[in-house]
Design a protein around this ligand. Structure first.
Ligand code: FAD
Length: 289
């Protein structure tokens, strides 16, 4: 089913992200995690795309399994930053062949060690969106957006203009970067709507359940850490089971506040941990109905 259709239904949706293995050695454990997360029957599952690396082929395979073997809607990510236009064409044919109906079209992070962009590469996600529209117009396309602004953007206003261009090019929905302070999301949502962006916005929630995740997540996303959240990590960070419980509780509370303020679509960055995904879902069982 197309994600755009899922989001049109009159209900709160809870979707979950998984990532493919980074090496062939990790295939089995990722398969197991995907199976367990799919058993929770989220409204859809997204599968990230390892930019450029040899494991990017797993994205299509996992997205196909989610859809065919586990009967959960799937969304395959695709990045263009480390690929030639030919590689993108190949991936799109593979996706079509696998019966993938939904793609999250992304640029990817610019690799530090190589020159970018090369002549035969797309520069921005919008070009990838236009290419998908050209060669696979039947695909439902989503894009990324950033409540705190994309780290490379000159300003938040400029960033929102580029988001609007992505929507005008064919993005049917947007998923946000993680954020830990809901007021930042509410303000951003207002600015998106003010800019004339009316597609569904899916709030991306990252449950921080390990102390080590904190520095990395913040470095990658550049997002603010509220004092309340910092206190949790400081207090519980050295005790893994306690940190896990506190991280699930913080994410749950964030989601409840979003829903209580009219947000209908929530996406959990599960980090391939079925216990975390399942813990949050259980905490919301009555609310999700
Ligand atoms: P773009 O939309 O191209 O934006 C990148 C920057 O360029 C922004 O600063 C924007 O303002 C600017 N810009 C956009 N269009 C133009 C233009 N026409 N002219 C000038 N400037 C422009 N990374 C992965 O490698 N794999 C994944 O699976 C993955 N999944 C993600 C899922 C979500 C929900 C999110 C939020 C991020 C994900 N990322 C993933 C990270 C993402 O690839 C990076 O954040 C990347 O740096 C930007 O990607 P984008 O698609 O937002 O790029």
């Amino acid at each position: 089913m197309k994600i755009a259709e899922v989001l049109k239904e009159d209900k709160i949706t809870l979707s979950m992200e998984v990532f493919p293995p980074k090496t062939t050695a990790g295939v089995e454990s990722v398969n197991e995690a995907v199976k367990k997360i799919a058993a929770l029957k989220p409204d859809f599952m997204s599968v990230t795309y390892g930019a450029g690396g040899g494991t990017s082929k797993y994205t299509v395979r996992i997205a196909k399994d989610i859809k065919d073997a586990y009967e959960v809607n799937s969304l395959a990510h695709l990045t263009c930053v480390s690929s030639t236009k030919e590689t993108i064409e190949e991936r799109l044919s593979e996706m079509k062949e696998a019966g993938i109906e939904n793609i999250l079209a992304l640029r990817g992070d610019i690799p530090q060690e190589s020159e970018f962009p090369l002549p035969n590469q797309f520069h921005h996600a919008i070009e990838l969106i236009e290419e998908i529209k050209r060669v696979a117009p039947e695909m439902c396309i989503g894009g990324a957006c950033y409540p705190e602004g994309h780290p490379e953007a000159g300003s938040k206003a400029e960033d929102i203009l580029h988001i609007k261009e992505k929507v005008d090019a064919g993005c049917a929905f947007l998923t946000t970067q993680m954020f830990f302070d809901n007021s930042i999301f509410f303000n951003y949502l207002y600015r998106l709507r003010e800019a004339g962006i009316s597609v569904p916005i899916i709030a991306g929630i990252m449950p921080i359940t390990k102390k080590a995740q904190v520095a990395r997540s913040i470095q990658l996303s550049g997002c603010c850490v509220p004092a309340r959240f910092k206190a949790i990590v400081d207090w519980f960070g050295e005790e893994p089971p306690n940190m896990k419980q506190a991280g699930i509780a913080y994410a749950t509370e964030q989601i409840i506040d979003l829903i209580a303020n009219g947000v209908k679509h929530i996406h959990i960055y599960t980090m391939n941990d079925p216990e975390v995904a399942g813990g949050i879902q259980k905490n919301l069982s009555e609310i999700l109905g």
